[in-house]
Design a protein around this ligand. Structure first.
Ligand SMILES: *[C@@H]1O[C@H](CO)[C@@H](O)[C@H](O)[C@H]1NC(C)=O
Ligand SMILES: *[C@@H]1O[C@H](CO)[C@@H](O)[C@H](O)[C@H]1NC(C)=O
Ligand SMILES: *[C@@H]1O[C@H](CO)[C@@H](O)[C@H](O)[C@H]1NC(C)=O
Ligand SMILES: *[C@@H]1O[C@H](CO)[C@@H](O)[C@H](O)[C@H]1NC(C)=O
Ligand SMILES: *[C@@H]1O[C@H](CO)[C@@H](O)[C@H](O)[C@H]1NC(C)=O
Ligand SMILES: *[C@@H]1O[C@H](CO)[C@@H](O)[C@H](O)[C@H]1NC(C)=O
Ligand SMILES: *[C@@H]1O[C@H](CO)[C@@H](O)[C@H](O)[C@H]1NC(C)=O
Ligand SMILES: *[C@@H]1O[C@H](CO)[C@@H](O)[C@H](O)[C@H]1NC(C)=O
Ligand SMILES: *[C@@H]1O[C@H](CO)[C@@H](O)[C@H](O)[C@H]1NC(C)=O
Ligand SMILES: *[C@@H]1O[C@H](CO)[C@@H](O)[C@H](O)[C@H]1NC(C)=O
Ligand SMILES: *[C@@H]1O[C@H](CO)[C@@H](O)[C@H](O)[C@H]1NC(C)=O
Ligand SMILES: *[C@@H]1O[C@H](CO)[C@@H](O)[C@H](O)[C@H]1NC(C)=O
Length: 745
């Protein structure tokens, strides 16, 4: 049928890359990691790419499942495909859906050629994993639709050490008319008829898949309703054993995650752009680049999968120089002062901060804008970041209609001509897809950075409370010196702060569905520019929660605010969910005042601190003067623990020992990379007279080595601690916690 391509196919034997991680044997492709194999081949008749295996090590291509072609479903729908397109006897959802100029949506991509290279190419305009020739190898497969002159280039990169496969593709329009990308799933694979469950980020719901199931963000952002991540696990998989496949989109816009079990039992997995926010035009000669998905396979349970992601993301996704640095302990003004910010109140709070021995003072929202648009509440001022015209240029970021920026540039927000500009939380969304808006932000932020001695910048991004939306606006900062304070080696002398609330509402009326993708490319350009220009600045993404705590932004920023919900008990669930694939070193967590503003719970300062100490960026968010004498007395001990724990959080291995959803006694453990030190965070949620807490079995220790601890006299072997565990004696009271250090002898 497609005769010209026969010759190419027959001649397509290529040598393996230097490290042998990728092999092409004829038209059979094998990607091999330390504990994973990914196999697919070119079907000699259809020239389609056929999935053979993705899972534990396998070296041979075995015959495919024999599926009857009787009845309705025949042809391609009974094959396991790598890059399903539309309109050729595959009734399942496609990975690629293109609308051609004449309205036709049939595609016929067939294999053309391939290439294997060491290393991994960058994706133009998009965040992605990266690595040197020894870390990663890449297979690129060219597919061509001869009817429409459209080329698809599929990229498969394997990081052998992490059992990770990153996939993306680009579409080249080689024809003479416009095309439109209606759907693009960066990772697409058909698994065989396995019994699998699906897990979303929180891991708090899972269900069997019959037919189509999935979730998506249509908010314009990755959102906190659904993080762009899913895992498939066997029904018997646990934290520490069994098979798990993770899929994480490295992208911050709307997305769709879908699994579809067809009648033949095959399970199609798709993760990529949300088709409602696609319809991306590609002119003749133009290219569309899909964001990448990073998939990790683990035969050591969800915990094994998580630790692969943590190490991969710290070493090969996050590109900030601060990724492996300990972070300063800080105090943030928001929960203490809210909008009641002025020089006097800030000076006072900064002094209290310094008196406690805290290194970094972070000023928050509420002190910019000028009458009649002063930001003394959330109805005005966004866009007018001019608290001090001597030091700060005009504002940045998203906009209140009550702002000078909006009055001057009403076309700089996202809107759809004939529809009203709907406000959410009194806000409109700045259209960062427009180059003039990008340049404005880059320019304004650069001026601000140049004008002040800024070391720490917080870019606020999404929200978790009440599952509400995230924001889109930029707030400004106020440099405040804490008189001459530089308490320890990692204490910056400055103290300034600035927040970009980048995601405080969802996007509604857009000029076109493709505006979301354009917005994300624009946002990445701005952030890439500023992080490249100012690598010494510690940037923190923020979204008051998981709304945009995603792999896309982790590429640029080493840490994110984890949730606006600072109730320490709720935080355990949120933080354990976040660590399903994001490293704990990337989480920012603060001790806030009690009773908690969200839950009204009154939890001890030790428990609150223990929960927050498992995060890379630890701090406080309260008024020190309001602390009780008992709380105040606890602060030096908390800071001493922080000194010990922070380096282990930043680079160590993380184990979820017991989950808050499953146990009244949740616990996590961190082990230093050299395996000499471990710290266990153990909690009791509710007071219980009976039963006794189960022994706490540790993980990640050397079975034959001996450990001493603050929690017991003498030494115990790693085997004892992991298999017998420790019996911890909590008081019969709610919300108890313990920190246990283990030192290898
Ligand atoms: C591709 O299309 C051209 C003309 O449209 C035709 O000559 C050629 O044979 C086709 N090749 C294949 C492989 O179908
Ligand atoms: C390539 O894969 C096909 C189908 O999976 C298999 O029949 C064939 O033996 C494989 N060839 C080699 C050289 O491994
Ligand atoms: C299609 O366009 C791309 C990008 O311009 C080019 O690299 C490729 O060679 C073209 N393919 C064909 C078959 O013309
Ligand atoms: C492609 O679409 C653009 C925008 O609608 C239009 O200006 C251009 O003429 C179209 N090009 C072709 C080749 O049809
Ligand atoms: C500053 O704010 C505080 C409240 O935080 C308020 O009590 C005080 O009056 C304000 N001072 C000035 C000069 O506005
Ligand atoms: C809210 O802020 C606006 C603009 O600064 C101001 O005019 C208005 O009085 C404020 N409202 C309240 C209730 O303080
Ligand atoms: C603009 O500010 C005025 C005065 O504070 C307020 O009444 C109005 O609601 C604000 N508009 C919006 C859209 O927040
Ligand atoms: C950042 O953007 C500005 C303005 O467009 C440009 O002049 C500068 O070269 C860019 N810098 C980087 C590192 O991309
Ligand atoms: C960041 O790290 C790179 C690579 O190690 C180094 O060349 C560069 O100087 C560092 N930049 C800063 C600002 O520390
Ligand atoms: C949560 O939503 C309820 C109902 O809309 C509201 O009363 C409450 O204030 C919200 N809580 C927070 C923390 O926003
Ligand atoms: C485990 O501990 C034993 C005894 O201390 C030691 O001989 C061995 O090298 C350790 N193994 C590893 C992998 O560190
Ligand atoms: C260690 O031994 C001493 C002396 O017997 C005892 O008082 C103490 O409670 C023991 N500590 C622990 C943690 O078991």
């Amino acid at each position: 049928m497609y005769s010209t391509f026969g010759l190419l196919l027959a001649g397509a034997a290529f040598a393996a890359a230097a490290d042998g991680a990728i092999k092409a044997d004829g038209s059979n492709f094998t990607l091999t990691g330390d504990g994973v194999s990914y196999l697919f081949h070119v079907d000699p008749t259809s020239r389609d790419l056929v999935s053979d295996h993705y899972g534990g090590p396998a070296t041979d291509f075995t015959p495919p499942a024999a599926v009857s072609n009787n009845g309705w479903s025949d042809g391609l729908t009974n094959t396991r495909r790598e890059f399903p397109d539309v309109g050729r006897s595959d009734y399942r959802l496609p990975a690629i859906h293109i609308k051609h100029a004449d309205g036709d949506t049939v595609s016929a991509f067939i294999y053309q050629s391939h290439e294997i290279t060491a290393g991994k190419p960058a994706l133009p305009g998009l965040p992605a994993t990266y690595g040197g020739d020894d870390d990663v190898s890449t297979l690129s497969v060219q597919m061509y639709d001869n009817y429409s002159d459209v080329e698809a280039v599929l990229l498969y990169s394997i990081f052998p050490k992490y059992n990770a496969v990153a996939r993306s593709f680009r579409i080249n329009n080689n024809g003479t008319s416009n095309i439109s990308i209606e759907r693009a799933a960066s990772f697409s694979i058909d698994l065989p008829n396995l019994d699998l469950n699906m897990i979303e980020l929180q891991g708090d719901w899972a269900h069997e898949m019959y037919g189509e199931t999935g979730f998506r963000s249509t908010e314009g952002y990755s959102s906190h309703l659904h993080n762009p991540f899913m895992a498939l696990i066997s029904p018997t998989t646990t934290e520490s054993s069994g098979e798990a496949w993770g899929f994480n989109l490295v992208y911050s816009g709307s997305f769709a995650a879908t699994t579809e079990r067809f009648s033949n039992g095959f399970i199609r997995v798709l993760l990529g752009l949300n088709d409602l926010h696609a319809s991306i035009p590609v002119p003749p000669g133009g290219t569309f680049q899909a964001p990448e998905v990073v998939s990790v396979y683990s035969s050591e349970g969800l915990g094994g999968m998580s630790r692969s992601y943590h190490d991969l993301y710290r070493n090969h996704l996050s590109r900030s120089n601060h990724t492996f640095e300990t972070r300063p302990v800080l105090l943030n003004s928001w929960e203490g002062l809210g909008f009641e910010i002025n020089q006097t109140s800030l000076d006072s709070l900064a002094k209290q901060t310094a008196d406690l021995g805290i290194q970094l003072f972070v000023n928050d929202d509420g002190w910019f804008g000028q009458a009649p648009y002063a930001r003394i509440n959330d109805t005005a001022g966004l866009g007018d970041w001019t608290p001090n015209p001597d030091h700060f240029p005009n504002g940045l970021g998203p906009v209140n209609p009550n702002s000078t920026l909006y009055t001057e540039h009403p076309d700089w927000v996202l809107y759809q001509g004939k529809h009203p500009r709907t406000l959410t939380r009194n806000q409109l969304v700045l259209n960062v897809g427009l180059p003039e808006v990008q340049d404005y932000i880059i320019d304004a932020v650069s001026n601000v950075i140049k004008s002040a001695n800024i070391r720490y910048i917080k870019w606020y991004v999404p929200v978790e409370i009440n599952k509400s939306w995230a924001f889109v606006y930029i707030l400004s900062f106020l440099p405040i010196a804490i008189n001459g304070r530089s308490a320890s080696a990692h204490a910056p002398t400055v103290v300034a702060f600035w927040r970009w609330w980048d995601n405080n509402r969802g996007i509604h009326e857009m000029p076109s569905p493709a505006a979301d993708y354009a917005y994300m490319l624009g946002l990445y350009r701005v952030i890439d520019n500023l992080t490249t220009t100012y690598p010494e600045i510690l940037f923190e993404g923020c979204a008051s929660g998981g709304g945009r705590f995603d792999a896309g932004l982790l590429h640029y920023w080493p840490q994110h605010w984890t949730s606006d919900n600072t109730d320490a008990s709720n935080r355990l669930t949120i933080q354990m969910g976040t660590t399903i694939m994001y490293p704990p070193s990337a989480m920012a967590c603060h001790v806030s005042a009690v009773p908690n503003g969200v839950s009204q719970r009154n939890i001890s300062i030790d428990y609150r601190a223990h929960v927050a100490l498992m995060c890379g960026s630890f701090g406080f968010e309260l008024r020190p003067d309001d602390l009780s004498a008992e709380e105040r007395a606890a602060i030096p001990g908390i800071l001493a623990n922080w000194e010990l724990i922070n380096p282990i959080v930043i680079s160590g291995s993380f184990y979820r020992l017991r989950l808050p959803d499953d146990s009244n006694w949740p616990a996590v453990q961190l082990v230093s990379k050299d395996e000499t030190t471990a710290v266990v965070f153990a909690f009791q949620q509710q007071a219980m007279i009976k039963p006794a807490p189960p022994p706490l079995r540790m993980a990640g220790l050397n079975a034959t080595a001996m450990y001493r601890s603050t929690a017991f006299n003498g030494t115990y072997s790693g085997a004892t601690l992991m298999n017998a565990g420790l019996n911890l004696a909590f008081e019969v009271a709610d919300y108890q916690s313990m920190l246990i250090y283990l030192y290898r002898q």
